[in-house]
Design a protein around this ligand. Structure first.
Ligand code: NAG
Ligand code: NAG
Length: 415
C-alpha cells in the first residue's frame, strides 16, 4: 500500500514537470490580456461620443451609456469647470429651510413694465414678489423680473393649440432649430389637433453677441417661432429658462391642453405623443410625465457634473422628476409650479428643481404608459420600427436627428 502510494506520487511528479513552463506562459498571457482589456475599457469609458469621432463610436463608447444612465441629461452649454469641495464634516442634516412666503422682503415690485409683453394678460402668480439675489454658483434665483425681448403673443390666440412644444435652445444653435423646423416641427396638425412649436432663447454672451443677436432677430422675422427673454443664456441659467417657459405658457397659452418642454436634440414622434395625450386614461390635470427618475441621488462628488454640496441640498435624493430632455405636463401645472417656486430654493438642475416644486404641490409625476416611450440610451441601433413606437428619444447630434426622421418618415410599413 505504502509503496504504491509512493510510486503514485513519483509518477505524478514526473508527469507534471514538463507542464510547468506552459503554465507560466498561460499565466503571463492571461495577465497581459487582463491588462489589455482594462486599458480598452478605460478608453471606452473616458472618451465621449462627439462629432469628431466616426459614427460607430456611438455604438462603442461606454461613456455615453454610463453618463446617460447615471445622470440627468443637460446637453446644452459647458459643464461646470471649477467647483469647490464641500466640507462634508460640517453637514447640517436638516432639511433645506424653505423661506415661508410671508418672509418675502416687503419690496414687492409691480410686474415689470415690458415693452413687448403687456402685463394685462398675465394672471400672475410670478411678478408679485422678488427673490433675494443669488448667493452662490448653485443658487440661481429666478428673480422674476426678466422681460421678453422677443415674443409671439398671438401664437395661441388665433387658434388654441392642443399641445405646445417648448424648446429651450441657445441663441447660437441655429442648426438645431433648423433641424426641428425640418423634422417634427413640421407636424402642426396631428389627428385633428393643433400643435405649436416655439423656441426659447436667452441673451447671447461673449464677443460676437451683438452680431448673433442681429442674426436671431432676422431669424425671428423669417420664422416667427422665437421667444427670447433678457437673461444670460448660460448652462447654469437653465432653471431660469424653464421658469420663463412656464411664465410664457401661463400668460400666452393658458387655454392649451398640454405643454411639453423638449430639448433641441431630441427625436419626437408627435403622432405617438398626441395619441398618448388624447387617450381617455391620461389625466387632464396635475399630470406630468416623461422618463421619471424616482430615486435620483444628489451627487456629492465635486468632480461630478451635477454635483451639489450639502449646504445647497441636505436630502440624499431628489424628489421624483421626469428627465429634462422631454417632459409633458397638463396646462394647469405651469401656474401651480410658478406659484410655489418662490418657496423652493432654486438649484440649477432644472428638472430636479421641477421635482422639488411638484413635491411641494403634493403632485407626483406619472410614469408613461410604457417605459420605452421616452428613451435616453444611445440609439444608433434605433431603426424605423422602434422609432415608430416611441414618443421621445435623445440623439447625440443634429445629423442623427435628421437621420432618424428620414428613417421614420420613409414610405412603407415601419415594421
Ligand atoms: C444668469 O442670468 C443672469 C441675468 O442675465 C446673469 O446676471 C447671470 O450672470 C447668469 N448666471 C450665469 C451663471 O450665467
Ligand atoms: C450601431 O449598431 C446598430 C446595431 O446595433 C447598427 O444597426 C448601426 O448601424 C450601428 N451604427 C453604426 C454607425 O455602425
Amino acid at each position: 500500500m505504502e509503496e504504491q502510494g509512493g510510486n503514485g506520487c513519483k509518477r505524478q511528479v514526473v508527469v507534471e514537470s514538463p507542464v510547468r513552463p506552459l503554465r507560466s506562459l498561460v499565466r503571463s498571457c492571461f495577465i497581459f490580456l487582463l491588462f489589455l482589456s482594462t486599458v480598452i475599457l478605460i478608453i471606452l469609458f473616458a472618451i465621449p461620443a462627439s462629432s469628431f469621432q466616426p459614427d460607430w463610436w456611438d455604438n462603442l463608447s461606454l461613456y455615453t451609456y454610463y453618463h446617460r444612465w447615471t445622470i440627468p441629461i443637460h446637453p446644452h452649454g459647458p459643464s461646470p469647470t471649477t467647483v469647490p469641495a464641500p466640507p462634508p464634516t460640517t453637514v447640517p442634516l436638516t432639511t433645506v429651510p424653505a423661506p415661508p412666503p410671508t418672509t418675502v422682503p416687503p419690496t414687492t415690485v409691480p410686474a415689470p413694465p415690458s415693452t413687448t409683453v403687456p402685463p394685462t394678460t398675465v394672471p400672475a402668480p410670478p411678478s408679485t414678489t422678488i427673490r433675494p439675489p443669488p448667493t452662490n454658483q448653485y443658487h440661481f434665483g429666478h428673480p422674476r423680473n426678466f422681460h421678453f425681448i422677443m415674443d409671439e403673443p398671438d401664437k395661441c390666440k388665433t387658434q388654441t393649440p392642443f399641445l405646445v412644444l417648448m424648446v429651450p435652445v441657445a441663441p447660437g444653435n441655429l442648426a438645431a432649430r433648423d433641424a426641428i423646423r425640418r423634422t417634427w416641427g413640421t407636424e402642426t396638425l396631428v389627428q385633428g389637433k393643433k400643435v405649436q412649436t416655439l423656441f426659447m432663447l436667452g441673451l447671447p454672451g461673449g464677443s460676437g453677441a451683438q452680431e448673433l443677436q442681429e442674426k436671431v432677430n432676422q431669424e425671428s422675422r423669417a420664422h416667427h417661432d422665437l421667444l427670447q427673454s433678457d437673461f444670460m443664456d448660460t448652462y447654469h441659467n437653465l432653471t431660469i429658462k424653464t421658469m420663463v417657459i412656464l411664465e410664457w405658457l401661463v400668460s400666452r397659452c393658458p387655454e392649451a391642453s398640454y405643454a411639453m418642454k423638449i430639448d433641441s436634440d431630441v427625436f419626437l414622434n408627435v403622432q405617438n405623443l398626441v395619441s398618448m395625450l388624447v387617450n381617455p386614461d391620461t389625466p387632464k390635470q396635475n399630470y406630468m410625465t416623461g422618463l421619471v427618475w424616482w430615486h435620483s441621488p444628489v451627487l456629492r462628488n465635486p468632480n461630478e457634473k451635477f454635483f451639489l454640496p450639502y449646504e445647497e441640498i441636505a436630502e440624499s435624493e431628489y424628489p421624483p422628476y421626469p428627465l429634462g430632455f422631454g417632459y409633458v405636463m397638463s396646462m394647469d401645472l405651469p401656474k401651480k409650479i410658478l406659484g410655489v417656486s418662490p418657496q423652493i430654493k432654486p438649484i440649477y438642475i432644472e428638472d430636479a428643481y421641477l421635482g422639488m416644486c411638484l413635491k411641494r404641490l403634493g403632485i407626483s409625476p406619472t410614469d408613461p404608459p410604457s417605459q420605452s416611450l421616452f428613451a435616453v440610451n444611445p440609439l444608433n441601433s434605433y431603426e424605423r420600427c422602434k422609432l415608430s413606437t416611441v414618443v421621445a428619444v435623445m440623439t447625440t447630434r443634429v445629423s442623427q436627428l435628421l437621420k432618424y426622421w428620414q428613417e421614420y418618415t420613409r414610405p412603407g410599413p415601419p415594421c
